[in-house]
Design a protein around this ligand. Structure first.
Ligand SMILES: [Zn+2]
Length: 174
């Protein structure tokens, strides 16, 4: 299942990516007027078979009625509520274990990277300047991933684990 989300759903896009879903965000489209952006989103949804996620009722109606695109009108609420809405609408089964496959920032695919690459990365340099014991850090997380598009480095930190735990509760119907 692939998605395309409007500008109001940036956080939802990041969460879907962390859960492994190919999710484009209108936040990455530049230089289009509002009307042109809506048309572009409909074309992209159609040509790449992406379900449209939007808070804009006009765009939602246009997608469904004129273009036959499986659009979801996302309700107000926190990101977990929105995620649950997407899950129910499309019958998604969220992964039980964390398996980083997509960059939460740009939707690029993630690859495992070597310790040498990690040691040279901007992210590790930042931690180093904060006084973090890098050897311990690398040992602790063991697996590091690099985005094939934006080169950002990711690891299985507490933040991701918390997110996956929360979505697990959704899937169990709590
Ligand atoms: Zn990226």
């Amino acid at each position: 299942m692939k998605f395309l989300a409007d500008r109001m759903l940036g956080r939802l896009s990041s969460w879907l990516r962390i859960l492994g879903y190919d999710t484009l965000s209108a936040n990455s489209f530049a230089g289009l007027s509002n009307a042109a952006e809506d048309t572009f989103m409909l074309q992209l949804s159609g040509s790449e078979e992406r379900a449209l996620l939007t808070k804009d009722i006009q765009l939602h109606t246009r997608a469904r009625q004129k273009c036959g695109i499986p659009s979801l009108l996302v309700r107000e609420g926190d990101v977990l509520c929105q995620l649950n809405q997407v899950r129910q609408q499309y019958g998604l089964v969220f992964p039980k274990e964390l398996e980083p496959v997509r960059c939460s920032v740009c939707n690029g695919t993630l690859e495992l990277v070597s310790t040498e690459d990690i040691l040279r990365s901007h992210e590790i340099n930042k931690l180093r300047t904060k006084g973090v014991d890098i050897e311990k850090f690398i040992h602790r997380y063991a697996h590091f991933y690099k985005c094939s598009q934006c080169s950002k480095i990711f690891w299985n930190g507490q933040h991701w684990r918390n997110m996956v735990n929360k979505t697990r509760h959704l899937s169990e119907g709590h």
